[in-house]
Design a protein around this ligand. Sequence first.
Ligand code: NAP
Length: 442
Amino acid sequence: MSVSIAIVGAGPAGFYAAAALIKSDADCRVDMIEALPTPFGLVRAGVAPDHQSTKGVIRAFAKTAADPRVAFFGNVRLGQDVSLAELRKLYDTVILAVGAPVDRSLGIPGGDLRGVYGAAAFVGWYNGHPRFGDLAPDLETPSVCVIGNGNVALDVARVLVKTPEEMSASDLADHAARTIHGAPIRDVYVIGRRGPVEAKFTNKELSELGDLGGCVPLVDPAQLTAEVPADLSDRDRRQREKNLATLREFAGRRPDEKPKRLHFVFYARPAAVLGEERVTALRLERTRVEGGRAVGTGETIDVPCGAVIAAIGYRMEEIEGVPMEPGAGVVRNDEGRVDNGLYVVGWARRGPTGVIGTNKADGDLVAARIAKENAAGGKPGRAGLEASLRARGVRWVSFAAWRRIDAAEVAAAPPGAPRRKLIRIKDMLDILENGAATVTKM
Ligand code: NAP
């Protein structure tokens, strides 16, 4: 009897797990349950809109979805349309692939002022994620601070300073294009609490900033004197040496080369967001790095700005009945196993690090464990879920239905762009009801 498996979340972690399961010899049926009508998680709503080549992995995911053993249940929200307890009753095995969709908090005075946004929300907004469609960030300012020295901070900074022409082959959401390209932004500050050697940027993403059409990257050469520690792996050392070389090149650039400037500010940790009703400046405390940690010096500087975007990492949303690892923001698990018949993969398992492909190993690991531990089938699986959703009047979106939404987005694309994203779930469902969306004005 085939084993019924539910995967909650249809992002990279969910798709790699599904692919590993159908590749293994296990006789299984795999149902992917996703809150949005759209699949692919962060590949659609996290990967930067101007990094279309990274989104090519969707082709492999679509192949997995097309396997007759796999079904997609989009527009089905865990905890609202179906509970975890119910899924565990209906399926022999449940895999949580829910990611880390919310922002970690800055935890400094003024952190909740108007004009302060977390990167999960901000990136979701410019990528057309329905949850953040109404964010309406106020970017009516010449100067924006982006906190964090990871690739998300670079994505945000780059999207803010690229010209409309540079974004024309992207799928930047319409509302975001209007706001960003209509904004008077001239200076973007990318702020690291440690030094250039500790920054988590990958070099490809960092060096890309040296070739922007309308923006010059700048850094104070006095901040580039630290040496790359000798005790790193060869790979890490090479990466950091390349970053230092790129930053040294940026240090020789002239501020008046281009209309906009992207400033790297190292050794500065956020101390407070200043302003009455909205942000007017970010107060930073100067740091030095001791034993790899940022230590405050007591000296502060204020960077005048009208918006602050904190790209300081993501966390998962807790799920009722699922144990969390104290202080780590991930599901407590033993190599992917949470409990009998319950597993976890991706960022919910190991935290928000790594690239899309990192999830493949997670999928392989869990598929191998499931093959070993859950030989018996017998639970109702797909038929049970469909009956339960029907009884509740939940309108789920199949993969074939998603393809119709996809086709409508592609057909509506402006010249040169891959698609024009629909932002409202209602508009997506309208495509399925009426063949055309009555696109909600945003
Ligand atoms: P990340 O790489 O972990 O970077 C987070 C940054 O936030 C670090 O510089 C960290 O500094 C800083 N930070 C954390 N708490 C802070 C605080 N309270 N105050 C000031 N700074 C703080 O995370 P991410 O940028 O969110 O990216 C998540 C993952 O997605 C990463 O693995 C990333 O490489 C990947 N990603 C890849 C791409 C790409 O390949 N193009 C694009 C986007 C994301 P410390 O180091 O001092 O803790």
